[in-house]
Design a protein around this ligand. Structure first.
Ligand SMILES: NC(=O)c1ccc[n+]([C@@H]2O[C@H](COP(=O)([O-])OP(=O)(O)OC[C@H]3O[C@@H](n4cnc5c(N)ncnc54)[C@H](O)[C@@H]3O)[C@@H](O)[C@H]2O)c1
Length: 448
């Protein structure tokens, strides 16, 4: 099939590359000339394990190309996948301007569609408030007129950054919201190579499909806020969240996934999708009480952790003039995505209180440096970040932070103090190594 991806971000690029890899001819369109230039040279503008290799292979095979030219991308495509951003403001109002602009551009290009081609399927892959895909259909229809037939569909994406290729190639499920049997068959054919493991393709109405995405992300966000609330109770009453987690999660009905205490969720999906549910509830007259609580717990989690840092330095005159080292800037490991990353919130707060910051991340340093500007020094080595610091703050659970060279770290730091926002280390081990150690949902430990 001849497919076009609208947007070459995390979703559009992964989707385009994976569809090309199963034999489709894929054009990836973007409005960002810098991205398209890089992609044309075979370089990947985002960090996603395995993506660049797969990209190269499919470019060489002639199945994958990149363009800024909308007409070329749309005019004779069998299907167009809209994968543009849908950011939200802090109240949860979704900015649909990128979606609507893409709809207009698709309509304009379809006006020149050669006769005799089958009716294209315009697929909304971006996460959109319920009702948006129908609005896209009506907008294209109004602009295009009745002469060219097309179908619309919603096909939410569930990939995880950092493991996106695997998630796309072996999805737990594929969800497709359609209006007719022809479009349902289009999706069955397209996704057939991806569900050979027996996992299902759910064909449903468009509104339910749009809602599946929000319900899934909101539920995962709820699990994270739930375990963080339990961790906070553990701290207040002297229990240990690690033991509580073991005891609780071994119940098969509960399970272990997404029940890790820490700094709360970040990234481009959970925060905005939880907020979008709140906004959809407010607009629809159905207050999303639980979503509001999930969001509030998440926001407070960063503040609570920062309070620990401040409390520690209180007797030494506060954070002003102190040096802090930060390990981890991306919102989670195996990605360079820093959107809504807890590390950035904590760094900005620390700097606001007069601390100086040196930070390291295995891949997100460049993005974070652009975002933070001169507020923090982003360095290329984790021990360099620790050099001369009064404390180390761990914000992302990258593998390389899990078992550092303690001797080297101890020598680099000025103060043997660690704030571990991801519970990477054992309190007893930290005690024996001579660190003052703060984590989440577990008692603070001092050197033996
Ligand atoms: N990032 C994820 O892990 C993830 C997972 C599942 C779903 N989603 C959803 O997928 C959507 C895209 O997310 P993302 O993280 O890939 O976004 P992104 O910001 O990384 O990429 C969006 C891309 O679209 C391009 N674009 C904007 N307008 C365009 C237009 N008119 N024509 C062509 N290109 C255009 C931008 O230049 C950008 O490169 C969002 O709705 C998001 O919620 C994201």
């Amino acid at each position: 099939m001849k497919l076009t991806m609208v947007g070459t971000g995390y979703v559009g690029l992964v989707t385009g590359v994976c569809f090309a890899n199963t034999g489709n001819t894929v054009t990836c369109l973007d409005v960002d000339p810098r991205k398209i230039e890089m992609l044309k040279k075979g370089r990947c503008p985002i960090y996603e394990p395995g993506l660049e290799e797969l990209m190269e292979r499919n470019i060489k095979a002639g199945r994958l190309k990149f363009t800024l030219d909308k007409r070329e991308a749309y005019v004779d495509a069998d299907s167009v996948f809209i994968c543009v951003g849908t950011p939200s403001d802090e109240r949860g109002h979704t900015d649909l301007s990128y979606i609507l602009a893409a709809a207009d551009e698709i309509a304009d290009a379809f006006k020149a569609r050669p006769p005799g081609l089958r009716a294209p399927v315009v697929v909304v892959k971006s996460t959109v408030p319920v009702g948006t895909t129908i609005a896209v259909r009506d907008r294209i229809r109004a602009r295009l007129g009745p002469s060219v037939k097309f179908h619309v569909a919603d096909n939410p994406e569930f990939l995880k950054e950092g493991d996106a290729i695997n998630d796309f190639n072996k999805p737990d499920r594929v969800v497709c919201g359609v209006e007719d049997a022809e479009t349902a068959q289009f999706f069955r054919d397209l996704y057939d190579p991806f569900v050979r493991n027996g996992h299902p393709i759910f064909i449903m109405d468009i509104l339910s499909s749009e809602m599946v995405k929000y319900a899934s992300n909101n539920f995962l966000a709820t699990k994270i806020s739930f375990i963080n609330e339990m961790a906070n109770l553990c701290e207040a009453y002297g229990a240990d969240i690690a033991k509580v987690r073991e005891g609780m999660c071994s119940d098969a009905r509960i399970g272990h996934q997404f029940l890790y205490p820490g700094l709360g969720y970040g990234g481009s999906c959970f925060p905005k999708d939880t907020l979008a549910c709140i906004m959809m509830g407010d607009k629809g007259g159905v207050e999303a009480t639980l979503s509001k609580a999930v969001h509030a717990v998440n926001q407070k989690q960063r503040d609570r952790f920062f309070d620990k840092i401040q409390a520690h330095f209180k007797s030494a005159g506060g954070l002003s003039g102190k040096a802090l080292a930060f390990w981890g800037l991306s919102f989670k490991p195996r990605t360079d995505d820093i959107r809504e990353a807890p590390a950035l919130t904590l760094i900005r707060k620390a700097v606001g209180f007069g601390a100086s910051v040196k930070a390291f991340d295995p891949v997100a340093g460049e993005n974070a440096s652009k975002e933070l500007g001169p507020a923090a020094a982003v360095v290329a080595d984790m021990y360099e970040a620790a050099k001369g610091a009064d404390a180390l703050v761990v914000c992302t659970d990258w593998d390389e932070f899990k078992s550092p060279d303690w001797d080297r770290l101890g020598k680099a730091l000025k103060g043997r103090v660690i704030f571990d926002g991801r519970n990477l280390y054992r309190p007893q081990q930290m005690r024996e190594l001579g660190f003052t150690y703060h984590s989440v949902g577990r008692a603070m430990t001092r050197p033996a």
